[in-house]
Design a protein around this ligand. Structure first.
Ligand code: NAP
Length: 320
């Protein structure tokens, strides 16, 4: 029997990488051909020992210490690489990490490198939104990877669905109505992404390597307008959802809300612009999801929509 291929997964104790590890460990077809090497800085933490219990090889490496990265990728056929901008909130740190990861993958002879990327919003918005550093830095890393011979696919995660119940949609104390509030018109389109589906998108790339090398995969199951996000909530929770509504916040109001929660002015501006792009130029610059969804289908997989996520009740357990 031929030996199984290894996929090294960075961020394996987090949302995206954790989902990739989960898919490759548990999907019947994938686990027959693949083993998972999960990377963390702390192999003793519960999320790491859980991965080991589920059959992953758990190894230690730190993206801030480039010398630790190559070993984590040696012998791996594929790699899923994601950096966490929010830990340093420093684009220069993220770019250093992203380049070190790609350099190590090249040195280790990785055959399929999947980079968790995003678009360069400063460029795409013609300078209108120059502060979405966590987008621009990932795009700069993508640009760097494209200058190397590393065989790579670029996965662009969409708007995290769990961010909605954890903050952007809440029970308004004054009106008693569930209120979804963002600083964009109700018609702005959101590419909804359940990070728990990351593994499905990544598996679609890995299973169709030749077709996806050099390509971008847009990590979203559907575009919904802000109004449609609320409509689905009303359908799932007809009682609690009575009166649920979308409210367009003024830009200053949105920022003040974040600063009021203790966020720095710079980060609040970054997040404000991160929302404003939904209206224009669009999170993915207006690109449709058809090609990505075809790819997922082609791999015999499917990704869940917003209504399914709401039905899952995560974040709204009390309403079930
Ligand atoms: N939230 C959104 O709507 C959204 C949308 C698109 C993209 N993103 C991007 O998603 C990224 C975060 O991904 P996530 O949600 O999966 O993060 P997460 O759940 O917070 O997990 C972060 C992971 O990164 C690992 N990590 C962080 N620093 C590391 C280092 N120096 N060396 C090795 N591993 C390190 C952590 O591992 P250990 O702690 O175990 O070492 C952990 O597994 C961010 O860069 C963000 O910009 C977010």
């Amino acid at each position: 029997m031929a030996s199984k291929k290894i996929i090294t997964v960075f961020g394996a104790t987090g949302a995206q990488g954790g989902a990739v590890a989960n898919t490759f460990l548990h999907d019947a077809k994938l686990k027959a051909d693949w083993t998972v090497r999960a990377v963390t800085r702390d192999v003793t933490k519960p999320s790491a020992t859980k991965l080991r219990d589920q059959g992953a090889e758990v190894v230690s490496a730190d993206m801030n210490t480039p010398s630790t990265l190559r070993e984590a990728m040696t012998g791996a056929y594929a790699v899923y690489a994601v950096t966490n901008y929010w830990e340093s909130k420093d684009a220069a740190v993220e770019i250093r990490q992203g380049k070190a990861l790609a350099d190590a993958a090249l040195a280790a002879g990785v055959q399929h490198y999947i980079w968790s990327s995003l678009l360069n919003m400063t460029k795409l918005s013609n300078g209108r939104f120059p502060h979405i550093h966590h987008f621009d830095s990932k795009a700069q890393i993508e640009d760097y990877i494209r200058t190397t011979p590393l065989p790579a696919t670029f996965f662009l995660p969409g708007f995290y669905m769990p961010n909605i119940p954890s903050g952007q949609m809440r029970l308004d104390a004054d009106s008693g109505a569930w209120t979804f509030a963002l600083p964009v018109p109700a018609t702005a389109r959101i590419p909804l992404f359940n990070p728990a589906d990351t593994g499905k998108f990544v598996a679609s790339a890995v299973l169709q390597r030749e077709a996806t090398l050099g390509k971008r995969i847009l990590g979203a199951s559907e575009y919904l307008t802000c109004e449609e996000v609320v409509e689905a909530f009303r359908r799932v929770f007809p009682e609690a959802g009575k009166g649920a509504r979308y409210v367009q916040l003024k830009e200053e109001q949105f920022k003040e809300g974040l600063v009021g929660k203790g966020m720095g002015e710079d980060v609040a501006q970054e997040l404000l612009e991160n929302m404003l792009i939904l209206e224009a130029p669009g999170y993915y610059g207006g690109e449709g999801l058809e090609e990505t969804l075809e790819l997922v289908k082609g791999a015999g997989l499917s990704v869940g929509g917003w209504e399914e996520f709401v039905k899952g009740g995560r974040g709204w357990e009390a309403l079930k």
